[in-house]
Design a protein around this ligand. Structure first.
Ligand code: UGA
Length: 432
């Protein structure tokens, strides 16, 4: 297939990755955003997200002339045979996905889409949205398709080009649209699953909610391991050999977070309620995640002698996971807030965070190195698994510290190294 003309509306995380990767597959892509500053940066070849490989793909696309950035959705779609909608669907006050941005774009584009065009929902949207978009468009000559993304931040380019599966849901059983979208991915070697649009939308929510539930399960097993002198790392290794379980996505941590799992779990709960049902397992997974963060705080409190008021604590890692600069719904920040609420004096270091952090301004002093975070601290808490934390000069950290405790919520450090540095190490779900 020769490269197709594609428009991508929204140059956020998903949109920019989609635009850059589709260009690398040989298509001609016009990517639109409403932010003038963002569009200017992208036109200069400056990546607006931190993602391995994205800058090179943008540069190649601009040089080849196959990738273009424009201001506003209408400017992007004139010649497009396929239009990807990649606009934010944040959590509304009630917990359901807020579809205002998506609906606004659909209304804006209704009259300018070319005949025969396929509109593709890539944003995570509640089941039924593709059908709703079709109704809003009200164009018999335009197909609507759901094509959820399964990208992980930090490996989004890799995940786009090497997916486990490509899911395409055709609204109203319109298979021509689904085939057009499948064609865009023909160079990718992955199973393609074509479904109705409701099933496709549900696959996205079910996958993220399953992953979140799995992590809450693992974190709770880790808690039990501490009482029972078992080691969670051995336990998950043993579980992972069972092919029905598999060994990925089983690492204990400070709780799950980020821009997707928290939002999608609450949204699916709301969806269940909206049809008069409930989802006790998912509710429990969300509650367990909250409780798990409180347990981390209990550990820190105990480590500093029972009272956090005035205790200086060094936090290592603030992003929701390593390899990203994303602080949205970061468990590290949730834990920092709980510590601050008890009066702890917090210094935080994260390799990808420089300025003050919204939401914890005045509660966490951002410092420039891990050694600064350790200065005079009664305890260090590792919250994100940045590789550089393993490579720290721990004897030097020990000299800086006021106390001896290191609480490693990611089981990321080598306990032997800390022991040799004279520090008292506590992981998650490891015998103390
Ligand atoms: C998640 C899904 O993994 C992607 O498949 C999905 O496409 C994406 O959401 C989305 O909906 O856009 P992401 O939010 O980038 O991707 O983050 P994950 O790597 O899944 O991590 C989520 C949270 O779980 C993080 O806080 C992470 O630290 C935690 N985690 C992950 C663990 O605590 N243990 C693990 O073994 C894995």
């Amino acid at each position: 297939m020769r490269g197709s003309n594609v428009a991508v509306v929204g140059a956020g995380y998903v949109g920019l990755t989609t635009a850059a990767c589709l260009t690398s597959l040989g298509h001609r892509v016009v990517c639109a955003d409403v932010g003038q500053k963002k569009v200017d940066m992208l036109r200069r070849g400056e990546a607006t997200i931190q993602e391995p490989g994205i800058a090179a793909l943008i540069a190649e696309g601009l040089v080849s002339g196959r990738l273009e950035f424009v201001l506003g959705a209408r400017a992007a779609v004139a010649e497009a045979g396929t239009v990807f909608l990649c606009v934010p669907t944040p959590m509304s006050a009630g917990g359901a996905a807020d579809l205002r941005a998506l609906e606004a774009v659909v209304t804006e584009l209704r009259d300018v889409l070319s005949p025969g065009c396929v509109v593709v929902n890539k944003s995570t949207v509640p089941v039924g949205t593709a059908v709703r978009v079709g109704e809003l468009l009200d164009r018999a000559d335009v197909s609507v398709v759901s094509n959820p993304e399964f990208l992980r931040e930090g490996s989004a380019v890799y995940d786009f080009l090497n997916p486990n599966r490509i899911v395409i849901g055709a609204a109203g059983h319109d298979l021509a649209g689904a085939e057009r979208v499948a064609g865009l991915y023909e160079k990718i070697d992955a199973p393609v699953l074509v479904t109705d649009s409701a099933s496709s939308e549900m696959i996205k929510y079910a996958s993220n909610c399953y992953l979140a539930t799995r992590l809450s399960f693992v974190n709770t097993i880790a808690e039990l391991c501490e009482y029972l002198d078992a080691d969670i790392d051995d336990v998950t290794t043993g579980m992972g050999y069972d092919e029905r379980i598999g060994n990925s996505f089983l690492r204990p941590g400070p709780g799950w977070g980020g821009s997707c799992l928290p939002k999608d779990t609450v949204a699916l709960l709301r969806t269940a309620e909206s049809v008069g049902s409930e989802f006790p397992v998912l509710r429990a997974a969300i509650d367990a995640n909250q409780r798990h963060q409180e347990l981390v705080v209990d550990k820190v409190r105990k480590a500093v002698g029972g009272d956090l008021a005035g205790a200086r604590i060094g936090l290592l890692g603030l992003t929701f996971k390593a390899g990203t600069d994303d602080l949205r719904d970061s468990p590290a920040l949730a834990i920092a807030k709980l510590l601050a609420a008890e009066g702890a004096d917090l210094a935080g270091y994260d390799p990808s965070v420089r300025g003050p952090v919204a939401g914890v301004t005045g509660q966490v002093r951002i410092v420039g190195t891990a050694y600064h975070a350790a200065h005079g601290a009664a305890a260090i808490v590792v919250l994100t698994e940045w590789p550089e934390f393993r490579a720290l000069d721990w004897p030097r950290m020990a000299v800086r510290l006021g106390g001896r405790s290191v609480i490693d919520t990611r089981n990321h450090l080598d306990p032997l190294v800390l022991d040799r540095a004279g520090l008292s190490y506590q992981g998650i779900g490891r015998p103390v």
